[in-house]
Write a protein that binds this ligand. Structure first.
Ligand code: CAA
Length: 557
């Protein structure tokens, strides 16, 4: 094997190839940048130059360094020019027959000790390698978009690969300033096998019409804290690429949730491939960067917040600051008759302490964090009693928001049928703000929904509306994503540490999936998934997740 990798060739100068050229050239390598024709090579030169110019304009690169970087790159349409390359990275479209043509041609062009790598995100490396004269020198070198920004490089080893080649490519990635993770040859590798099903599920949810594209993106970006929402990210990756990886994943897993959603197929067939064609889920010509439309509703003038504890206090404060006249009821013994006719009533958590009978805080089932809703010592249900009193005075003039299952449960059968009840989930704040999401029940009037949205936005939340089903949008996306990561560990393919590296370094996640999971607690995630599974049998909590939920053992030491 070649002792030192200096001269590198990159074949295919689309978004990924051009980014990979930039990475190598910036790191000081001499680079052959190859595409199928002089025009395509020129187009690739345009991509690289534009990206370097942007770095200069932002003051991140000196003009002299840009010029030196460009001077290290030879743009060409001739594979024959690559005879002295130490490493070739192929980044052409994901069609096995094209890859085979290129790799077999390279067998006759490059030295026998040169390393051949593919940036494929969906094809099996073993199949590419097996079609070459020297399969032991073929590995995967999978970069993430935008390649100049994201640090992950998945180094894919096949059963045919020479371990020395794998080590050399890993070291090369380290020298490029990247974070390599060495993985076996499996559909989607680590990052895509987790990312793409998550994107597909989000697209499938969008396709139902039960959530707007902006709300869906805000649920992930603001609610979970990810760098981009799933529809914006799909547009960045390219809808054709998302679809290809979906199909490869589905072939491998046969899980319904991995299948390419119909809408994704239609957009690809229509040529709406995302940013690279100017249109995908969003139209980059007309509404680039458009945020969530907060609707045309008006905030409520008055609201009541019923409940003890932090959330009730936070909601009452924020509403009052937004100019809403707030009635706070934080004592289960208080008279609730004044709530009749209140346009918005928020049931925010039950009593902090136990019921009257047990003197508060003595309930066997109450813990420090939980409301005493199931008082074992007196057989009473403190929250139910309290909220049932509230329910008895409400009628169709009120919209009720409930922040937890307890209050939702307490209303069952106690409300007049005309009262609209929406589940409300207030998520922890992230860099992008704080999501308050509400579920839309069947039959809810659009003015009421618009009022709720406007009121939550007015109180400073990022509102997200989705189906009134377990998980609504944020936890529906997040918990299944976490479950997939646990299932991957359970299958023996990757460790929690490797998965966290892949998702932080490859997809810009602020924290790894297992860091998030440990923070939330396996039992909370398992409970949430079981609720989701009750209405969607395709959701199956991983046995390993259930074991961690049962033992309380964290995933990361
Ligand atoms: N080339 C070079 N630099 C770029 C760039 C590009 N195409 N796009 C953005 N940047 C740079 C910006 O110049 C900026 O740098 P500074 O902070 O030093 O000024 C930095 O990246 C951040 O960019 P922005 O401020 O414009 O925007 P942002 O903070 O929203 O970051 C992002 C943009 C880096 C794309 C970030 O949103 C992100 O990480 N998103 C997730 C992307 C992701 O998941 N990619 C993986 C997709 S899967 C894949 O690629 C594999 C596959 O096989 C399908």
């Amino acid at each position: 094997m070649v002792s030192h990798i200096n001269k590198v060739a990159v074949i295919g100068l689309g978004t990924m190839g051009a980014g990979i050229v930039e990475v190598f050239a910036k790191a000081g390598h001499e680079v052959y940048a190859v595409d199928g024709s002089t025009e395509l090579a020129e187009r690739g030169k345009g991509f690289v130059t534009k990206s370097l110019d942007r770095a200069v304009a932002k003051g991140k690169l000196a003009e002299a360094d840009r010029d030196a970087t460009l001077a290290r790159i030879t743009f060409t349409a001739e594979l024959a020019d690559l005879a002295d390359a130490d490493l070739v990275v192929e980044a052409v479209p994901e069609r096995m027959e094209i890859k085979h043509l290129i790799f077999t041609a390279l067998d006759d062009i490059v030295r026998p000790d040169a390393v051949l790598a593919s940036n494929t995100s969906s094809l099996l490396l073993t199949e590419i390698a097996a079609g070459t004269a020297h399969p032991e020198r073929v590995v995967g070198m999978h970069f993430f978009n935008p390649a100049p920004v994201l640090a992950l490089v998945e180094v894919i080893e096949t059963v045919l690969a020479d371990p020395q080649v794998v080590t050399a490519v890993r070291e090369l990635a380290l020298n490029l300033g990247k974070r390599p993770v060495v993985v076996g040859d499996r559909a989607g590798f680590v990052a895509n096998a987790l990312l793409i099903p998550y994107l597909a599920r989000a697209i499938a949810l969008y396709q139902t019409g039960k959530v707007s594209r902006e709300d869906l993106d805000n649920a992930a970006r603001v609610g979970i804290g990810l760098p981009m929402g799933p529809l914006t990210l799909s547009d960045l990756v390219g809808l054709d690429v998302v679809r290809e990886v979906c199909e490869v994943m589905y072939d491998a897993t046969k899980r319904p949730s991995d299948a390419s959603p119909a809408l994704l197929k239609q957009l690809v067939l229509a040529g709406r491939l995302g940013r690279k064609t100017g249109r995908g889920f969003y139209d980059y010509a007309a509404d680039a960067g458009a945020g969530a439309a907060d609707g045309t509703g008006e905030m409520t003038a008055a609201a009541a917040v019923v409940g003890q504890g932090e959330l009730a206090g936070q909601l009452a404060d924020l509403l009052a600051k937004a100019g809403v006249s707030v009635t706070s009821i934080d004592d289960p013994a208080a008279d609730v008759t004044a709530l009749a006719g209140s346009p918005l009533v928020i049931l925010a958590g039950g009593p902090d302490a136990g019921c009257d009978a047990c003197g508060g805080g003595e309930c066997a089932t109450a813990d420090d964090d939980a409301d005493a809703t199931d008082c074992a010592c007196c057989g009473d249900d403190a929250a139910s009693t309290w909220f049932a009193q509230v329910a008895a005075v409400l009628d169709e003039r009120s919209v009720v928001l409930t922040t937890d299952e307890e209050s939702e449960f307490a209303l069952t059968g106690t409300l007049s049928a005309q009262v609209t009840v929406l589940p409300l989930r207030v998520h922890l704040p992230t860099k992008g703000g704080q999501v308050a999401e509400f579920g839309i029940p069947l039959g809810a009037a659009s003015q009421q929904l618009a009022m709720v949205r406007a009121t939550l936005a007015g109180a400073g939340f990022v509102p997200v509306a989705g189906p009134a089903r377990p998980g609504v949008v944020v936890d529906a996306l997040l918990f299944q994503h976490l479950n997939d990561a646990v299932a991957m560990v359970d299958s023996g393919y990757a460790t929690p540490q490797d998965i966290d590296t892949a998702m932080t370094a490859g997809c810009g996640y602020p924290a790894g999936l297992f860091a998030i999971l440990d923070e939330l607690g396996a039992s909370a995630v398992a409970d949430g998934l079981l609720e989701q599974a009750a209405i969607d049998p395709s959701i199956v909590p991983s046995p390993l997740l259930l074991e961690h939920a049962a033992t309380g053992e964290p995933f990361l030491a």
